[in-house]
Design a protein around this ligand. Structure first.
Ligand code: NOJ
Length: 748
């Protein structure tokens, strides 16, 4: 297949197509409704169905390619969208083949997974969520859209807004963690960043809220696994970020692979027709995940592919990603009356609408501009943005005796398998990001920062996942002579992301053993972690002097880490997911229920008959919202404006936050609420607001939040979304563990 494309390129170059086409023909067209209606009036049923067909090119694939030559299918005019084609030149050429062969010359839509950057790679999404800074996330998406659009990509399959409470699930790295409120802010920021204010601009692209829905709740954290949950939990925890994305104007949704309570999402009428297209009035495109329709057969929900296509179309799937079921069977299903023309028309119209929104009917080549691509990719300001966002995503988990920041005068032994690693820095699902030779390693970051030959040493010591001890001794010998040891360890990028779930989430391989050997040297040790999920760090927390969670920080990650280690950046990230003490605690999340036998501590024998484990406490090692700074913050003077409000009033809650340490810093002030009694039980705490503030050394600021009955709504016993009268505790603090509270009553 590749050969075929290359031949086409050569022919085009020879005949000068490449250059000639830079001057695109732009045609003026009618307003959207009129234009699309007129076009559809000329289309046969087959042609309408072909708009719903998406095939993959030869790029990265996440499953079987369904055996079809996509170029042949395009030549037959049977394709509406192509997945995984990238680069101005390639997309331009594929578009040309399409336009020259399809009867009505309807442009193709090019989609790609632009998850945390296209070329300039930002931290993985879980890292970006750690910034608790929606503006930073929006900027990252904006940069990604600028780069991707210049390379011919019209559509990203992002953001992933799945709530994730189980770190065994490998895709936690792609989302914003365990909390619906934080998830909502990140979903909105991403949609704004990718789509901008005007989709017809050539530097904005379609965003896609995925995976609809509850994909992150897979049983036992195993990817693609079954989900069984109440409608209440679905609506309260798993749907809000999707709803927020829809309200923010996201143009597309992707269904999830999983079933929910017996019905796979890809054939789930309740989800797609009732909730998404009904209640939420979503008028964009719903695409399946990769071969999602075909998989309805393996789910045991459809008898065969044809039946699967009918179920999907009836449920509200507009476009099929790979699989060819719509292409092969939908016309027959229509002839047999199993799907209606109205449904096919509706799917086709939605797809043509987004093509119109992007301006493709005016100029199908407008995003595939080789010159713009060259000027746009890796612009210095994009690389700088990736550094700034990376600095915001680092979370300081421990810092005994203020061992950090390091001093350049210290003799430092940098060790660990990731110390000089460039490949893994940009993490998994990193689109077209360059790895070796481009991303900065920690070693390069340190050398860049110190700008002179340092007396630091750099030794791998062990590999990420192997039993080879050959290099350990040399690393230990160098570390012996150092004032401080910095161990850079973690996961390989492909240990997280799709289809990489794990039953253990310890530091892999010999890394812990190596740390234990280093510990015997009696030197202070700083552990820098590069990884894609919460790990179990109980031993590390007891034995290391400092721990910096750096996730996979992106193209400029090494610089961000070095600047932070040496104090040019004061860490200000906060965890978007709880870190368990042991894997057996999973799923683990701060906004759990109290139960009838709440846990009060393990030490008291009277506590036996409580909801707890006998070997480890219930609390996480590091709670949701946790993250330290080189400075210290003090919270005081928590005040509430009234101890009673009615349903039309607001209550103000304020707190004074002081920087009591020795550095300027940033703090994320967090507001949690507990509804003490409800017609159904309520979580022990729920995040309802946060504000990231700058505080100079010695400075105090008052932070005020407002709460109204709107913020207190939930799905009551009879599934009404409303607030109930009663008492509420309000907590403000530095993480979800805070006990700093006031209370008020909501009265009728
Ligand atoms: C499968 C993944 O689940 C989805 O997130 C992705 O967008 C598609 N493959 C396309 O690559």
């Amino acid at each position: 297949m590749k050969t075929k494309l290359i031949v086409i390129f050569l022919v085009c170059t020879f005949f000068g197509y490449g250059q000639k086409k830079q001057a695109n023909k732009v045609v003026k067209i009618k307003p959207k409704a009129e234009f699309v209606a007129e076009l559809m009036s000329k289309m046969t049923v087959e042609e309408k169905i072909y708009q719903t067909v998406q095939f993959t090119s030869d790029g990265t694939v996440t499953g079987p390619k369904s055996g079809d030559n996509f170029i042949t299918r395009i030549q037959q005019g049977k394709v509406g969208s192509i997945l995984n084609a990238t680069g101005a030149k390639e997309t331009r050429e594929i578009q040309r083949i399409n336009l020259e062969n399809s009867r009505l010359k309807i442009p193709l839509l090019f989609g790609h997974d632009v998850i945390h950057g296209y070329k300039t790679i930002f931290p993985i999404n879980l890292g970006m969520a750690s910034s608790w800074d929606p503006k930073a996330v929006e900027l990252a998406a904006r940069v990604a859209a600028s780069e991707a659009s210049s390379a011919g990509v019209h559509w990203t399959f992002a953001p992933m807004v799945d709530i994730a409470r189980d770190a065994r699930w490998s895709r936690v790295s792609e989302g914003s963690g365990e909390d619906p409120f934080l998830g909502i802010q990140m979903a909105i920021a991403n949609v704004k960043g990718f789509q901008g204010a005007d989709l017809s601009k050539n530097n904005t692209i379609l965003a896609c809220a995925k995976h609809f829905a509850a994909y992150g709740a897979a049983e036992a954290g195993r990817d693609y696994n079954t989900v069984d949950m109440s409608e209440r939990v679905l609506r309260e925890t798993y749907l809000p970020a999707f709803k927020a994305a829809a309200e923010a104007g996201v143009k597309t949704f992707m269904t999830s692979f999983n079933e929910i309570s017996g019905v796979p999402s890809t054939a789930n009428k309740f989800l797609l027709r009732n909730v998404l297209k009904g209640e939420w009035n979503f008028d964009g495109v719903v695409v399946t995940d990769y071969t999602g329709i075909t998989e309805l057969v393996a789910h045991g929900f459809a008898t065969d592919e044809k039946n699967a296509g009918e179920l999907a179309m009836n449920a509200g799937i507009d476009m099929e990603m790979v699989g060819g079921v719509y292409m092969n069977f939908l016309k027959k299903s229509y002839d047999e009356g199993k799907v209606s023309l109205a449904q096919i028309d509706d799917a086709c119209k939605r797809i043509l609408n987004v093509k119109y929104d992007l301006g493709l009917f005016e100029d199908p080549y407008r995003y595939s501009d080789v010159n713009r691509e060259k000027e746009t990719i890796y612009k210095p300001e994009f690389l700088n943005a990736s550094l700034e966002v990376a600095k915001k995503s680092l979370v300081l988990l421990k810092n005994s005796n203020q061992i950090l920041p390091l001093k350049s005068s210290q003799k430092i032994a940098f060790v660990g398998p990731l110390v000089s690693d460039e490949y893994n820095m940009i993490g998994s699902w990193a689109a077209l990001g360059d790895r070796n030779g481009f991303a900065t390693s920690v070693k390069e970051g340190v050398v860049n920062y110190l700008r002179k030959s340092t007396n630091a040493t750099f030794d791998e010591g062990v590999e990420i996942q192997s039993v080879n001890r050959d290099k350990m001794q040399k690393a230990l010998d160098n570390a012996k002579n150092a004032d401080v040891i910095v161990a850079v360890m973690g996961e390989r990028e492909n240990m997280s992301g799709e289809a990489a779930s794990q039953t253990t989430i310890d530091l892999p391989g010999l890394q812990k053993e190596f740390l234990a050997e280093l510990k015997k040297l009696g030197k202070p040790i700083v552990l820098v972690l590069l990884n894609g999920r919460p790990l179990t760090l109980t031993w590390e927390n007891e034995n290391m002097d400092a721990i910096l969670e750096a996730w996979w920080p992106g193209t400029r990650g090494g610089d961000a880490i070095a600047q932070t280690l040496f104090g040019a950046n004061n860490p200000n990230g906060k965890l978007p997911m709880s870190f368990p003490r042991k894997v057996g605690q999973l799923p683990l999340y701060y906004n759990h229920k109290n139960t009838g036998r709440p846990y009060l501590g393990l030490s008291d024998p009277e506590q036996k008959y409580k909801s707890q484990y006998t070997d480890v406490g219930n609390s996480p090692l590091y709670p949701f919202g946790f993250g330290l700074s080189y400075t210290t913050f003090n919270y005081s003077n928590l005040k509430i404006s009234s101890d009673k409000i009615n349903f039309n009033e607001k209550v103000k809650v304020s707190v004074d936050v002081s920087n009591t340490g020795n550095y300027d810093g940033q703090e994320v002030v967090q507001l949690y609420v507990r509804d003490l009694v409800g017609s159904v039980t309520r979580p022990v705490k729920e995040l309802k607001g946060f504000e990231k503030i700058d505080l100079k050394k010695g400075e105090t600021k008052t932070v005020t939040f407002e709460i109204s009955s709107e913020d207190l709504k939930f799905y009551t016993l009879d599934m009404k979304y409303e607030a109930e009268a009663g008492r509420f505790d309000v907590f403000i603090g530095t993480n979800s563990d805070t006990e700093n509270k006031v209370s008020f009553e909501l009265v009728k």
